[in-house]
Design a protein around this ligand. Structure first.
Ligand code: PLP
Length: 393
């Protein structure tokens, strides 16, 4: 069996997705398809390098050396055709900590910060936690596809006195990989109004079909100077528990301010095993990644085909990037509380509530497809069976 078909029991491993699910969904039989980590083992090379490091047995303070920096700059150039300098990199235990540090160091209390909703829930809290103002540009949803209302984007920047824009590319939860044209329009408006761009590109390596990820900062020199990009190997290679990520900031002044913020919180070091895994994944993980992307595509196509059988009830938003399926359940004619309860109690599948991504997520649910086919089939079938029971009862 391939590494992407083997079901690996995760209960009892302190897994947030599996062990916390029982408490969260109040059901021991719930099938967890929520939080964004995968039910796959990391690349064998990563496991081997971690074993070798563990066998050494000494886990003292650890620093990222030239080889680690090189593995990062190489990966970004090879996968995303963006030539970055090693000095532009600031290490961070995660993208969420990075967002907190960036907001604190580069904006002031009450500043407006723009996000495009529905969006990854911590985008709201990183703004609110520091008493900045959440300004939203709602994404347009028409005939099953999402797009950007650029007029509103600019209007919100002006009206909301926006100083920073947090971009999600590829976008979680709607699964769009923003095109060059879309990035260029957003970038131009931000430059025109001197809005700093923070580009969360944690899903950059999870690109499906013929879509192409373009880092916002790689578009031109002006945007490079205006943008801080958050990358991480943890989403790509399923290493979230090892907590190792980094920010790429070409502008020296912004980079220094963010670094100072990290230092002031005493966060100037990464976890020994996280660094080992990051280097190994970037050096040896490419083949594994290609296989992963194929698996996600096949899981997505399977889910779409199955849900089409009840197409008057659940419609699937096209998935261009990430492994998170955005399900339009509005034709089920349930309130959000009823929809949540239906998925939890009738279908017994643990999904993310659409409204947690903002009010635009009403009537939607998010399903994690990064699991062996057996698990995805079980989840999709549970939902379809429950929908049939609902319609025939
Ligand atoms: C868009 C986005 N940003 C950040 C994160 C979390 O990043 P980290 O675990 O590095 O804090 C996630 C996880 O799902 C995500 O989807």
């Amino acid at each position: 069996m391939s590494r992407f078909t083997t079901v690996i029991p995760r209960k009892g491993t302190r897994s947030v997705k599996w062990d916390y699910a029982e408490e969260l969904y109040q059901d021991k039989d719930i099938l967890p398809m929520w939080v964004a980590d995968m039910d796959f083992q990391a690349p064998q090379a990563v496991i081997d390098s971690l074993k070798e490091r563990v066998d050494h047995g000494v886990f003292g303070y650890t620093m990222p050396d030239e080889e680690i920096k090189h593995s990062i700059t190489n990966w970004i150039e090879k996968r995303h055709q963006w030539k970055i300098q090693k000095d532009w990199v600031t290490y961070s235990p995660g993208v969420i900590p990075s967002l907190h540090m960036i907001v604190q160091s580069l904006t002031n209390t009450h500043d407006g910060i723009l996000i495009q909703t529905p969006v990854y829930p911590p985008f709201f809290s990183v703004i609110k936690d520091h008493e900045r103002k959440v300004v939203t540009n709602s994404l347009l949803y028409n005939e099953g596809t999402y797009s950007i209302d650029f007029e509103d984007f600019e209007h919100q920047i002006v009206e909301g006195d926006v100083k920073m824009f947090i971009l999600c590319n590829p976008h979680n939860p709607i699964g769009r990989v923003w095109t060059k044209d879309e990035l260029s329009k957003m970038g131009e408006i931000c430059l025109k109004h001197n809005v700093l761009i923070v580009s969360d590109e944690i899903h950059a390596d999870l690109i499906l079909d013929n879509h192409k990820h373009i880092p916002m900062a790689s578009m031109n020199n002006e945007l490079s100077n205006q943008t801080l990009t958050c990358f991480s190997p943890t989403k790509t290679f399923n290493l979230a528990g090892l907590q190792a990520s980094y920010i790429v900031t070409p502008c020296e002044d912004k980079r220094k301010k963010v670094k100072k913020q990290f230092d002031q919180q005493g966060m100037f070091m990464l976890n020994t095993l996280g660094l080992t895994a990051m280097e190994s994944a970037y050096l040896n993980g490419e083949e594994w990644l290609e296989e992963l992307v194929e698996t996600i595509q096949t899981n997505r196509d399977f889910a779409i085909e199955q849900f089409q059988r009840i197409s008057d009830q659940i419609q699937i938003v096209p998935l261009e990037g990430t492994y998170l399926l955005w399900m339009d359940c509005r034709l089920m004619n349930l309130s959000q509380a009823e929809l949540k309860s239906f998925m939890q109690k009738q279908a017994k599948v643990g999904l993310n509530d659409g409204v947690s991504f903002g009010e635009e997520g009403e009537g939607f649910m998010r399903m994690n497809l990064a699991a062996p086919r057996e698990i995805v089939e079980e989840g999709v079938n549970r939902i379809i069976t429950a929908v049939h029971q609902k319609t025939t009862s």
